[in-house]
Design a protein. Structure first.
Length: 415
């Protein structure tokens, strides 16, 4: 029997690709079309600030859909095509060139766009933002000849770029307005450790420092002025000032959107025939509606949205998580940081010196709410399971590296 489902997915990031693949898997007879404004087979973004900048890989080496590409999953991929409107009454999406794609169910996975700083607009000479392969290729080319890079923002992307550039032998200055780096995702101790690694590798991180202006110096380089009346002259500037959800299309179509498309636990929008997933959504978390900007949430949520567009009724229940690579530090966060943790616990791990393993925990009552680890992949995998299963933990066990976290799981299973 031929399915009458005609599923359209907008956006070629992990949320859109996994939505399309899972929709097709759930209903093999359905017609599934993925529309992406980018010109190439969808690729992973995480390598852009790492292996791609270091010249060790190209974006094409990491296709999201795997080696067979999107077509290998029976999905029709429409590239280089921007959707400019959703006509909900007609059940069609309309592209910038006026082409119409009818849908019986739609998934919006338009991701996020970079937050621009007015003094350093996207496209200005020597100014870079990092979101796409094209951005990474342009930045890598300019770094080849650069002696000094200035990075605005000590968040995850800014610091990954800083680490990659330092490894390429470029002098790096990071300008951060907050009193510490990674304040959004790290406790003070972990921030300080990451900061220390950057310092040892020659990256100059200036905290409590605001960018107040940018001028072109007589030699063509960029002169950045800061609130402490200093000037940083750089060949290249990268702005890592965060990202904002690209919910314009959905909002224009009348879907409920407020700092992201608002979805329920099934990834359904305010229109029951339209689902949304990934960086662009706000979804129900343990403490209200949340946005996540990480690869795993985008992928897992996209999969749920795609299956539901194909007739399933799945809920998105994943525990949020992210990772970041900076020099020899593999940083991972898992869970949702509470506004005010009841207790903090630190667990030292294997190894010694600057790359020693560690995990910092934030507890809410007897449960782990959030943990951030450095070079502690095995412990973090265990923590994910403790959070998923809402297992009450003994803080003394968490703090004792001789006691495996697996024992906490086993104790629960035995009880
Ligand atoms: C440089 C970089 C490094 C990162 N590193 C990590 C990491 O180490 N770990 C981690 O967990 N996360 C990382 N992330 C974050 C992660 O990649 C994102 O959270 C993830 O890509 C979000 O997926 P998404 O599908 O929601 O959106 P996106 O990946 O943003 O994809 C959205 C797609 O939709 C397209 N689109 C938008 N509007 C339209 C339209 N109207 N018509 C057609 N197409 C449209 C966009 O062009 C884009 O291709 C990184 C991100 C970047 C930029």
């Amino acid at each position: 029997m031929t399915s009458s489902r005609n599923i359209v997915v907008i956006g070629g990031g992990p949320a859109g690709v996994f939505a399309a693949i899972e929709a097709k898997r759930r209903d093999p007879q359905a017609s599934v079309t993925l529309i992406s404004e980018e010109p190439c087979e969808p690729y992973e973004r995480p390598p852009l600030s790492k292996a791609v900048l270091l010249g060790k890989a190209a974006a094409a080496d990491a296709p999201i859909a795997g080696p067979k590409g999107t077509a290998g999953h029976g999905v029709e991929l429409v590239l280089d095509t921007r959707v400019s409107a959703i006509d909900r009454a007609a059940g069609e999406v309309i592209t910038a060139s006026g082409r119409r794609f009818p849908y019986t169910a739609l998934v919006v996975a338009t991701g996020s766009v970079v937050r621009q700083i007015p003094a350093l607009p996207l496209g200005a000479p020597r100014v870079h933002y990092l979101r796409t392969e094209a951005h990474a290729v342009a930045l890598a080319r300019e770094l080849e000849a650069a002696r000094h890079l200035a990075v605005i923002g000590g968040g995850l992307i800014g610091l990954e770029v800083a680490a990659s550039a330092a490894e390429l032998g470029v002098k790096v200055t990071v300008i951060e307005i907050a009193p510490r780096i990674l304040a959004r995702v790290c406790d003070e101790y972990t921030s300080a450790r990451v900061h220390d690694t950057h310092r040892r590798r020659g990256v100059d991180i200036r905290l409590n420092t605001a960018l107040t202006g940018a001028q072109t110096a007589p030699d063509g380089r960029l002169a950045l002025t800061t609130g402490d009346n200093d000037t940083v002259v750089a060949d290249v500037v990268v702005v890592g000032a965060g990202a904002i959800p690209d919910d314009r299309l959905a909002a224009a179509a009348g879907l409920r959107a407020d700092n992201g498309i608002v979805v329920d636990a099934h990834c359904a929008t305010s229109d029951p025939g339209i689902f949304a997933a990934g960086d662009v959504v706000r979804f129900p978390g343990p403490h209200g509606l949340v946005r996540q900007e990480d690869w795993r949430d985008a992928q897992d949520q996209g999969a749920v949205a795609g299956r539901n567009a194909a007739g399933a009724n799945d809920e998105y229940r994943s525990v949020p998580s992210f990772w970041s690579e900076q020099f020899d530090l593999y940083i991972q966060g898992v869970g949702s940081p509470p506004a005010k943790p009841d207790r903090r616990v630190r667990r030292p791990g294997a190894g010694a010196g600057p790359s020693a393993a560690q995990v910092s925990f934030e507890l809410a009552g007897p449960h782990i709410a959030y943990a951030i680890g450095i070079n502690a992949q095995r412990d973090i995998a265990m923590v994910r399971r403790l959070i998923e299963r809402r297992i009450a933990v003994d803080p003394a066990t968490l703090a004792d590296p001789t006691k495996p976290l697996a024992d906490l799981l086993k104790a629960k299973q035995a009880s």
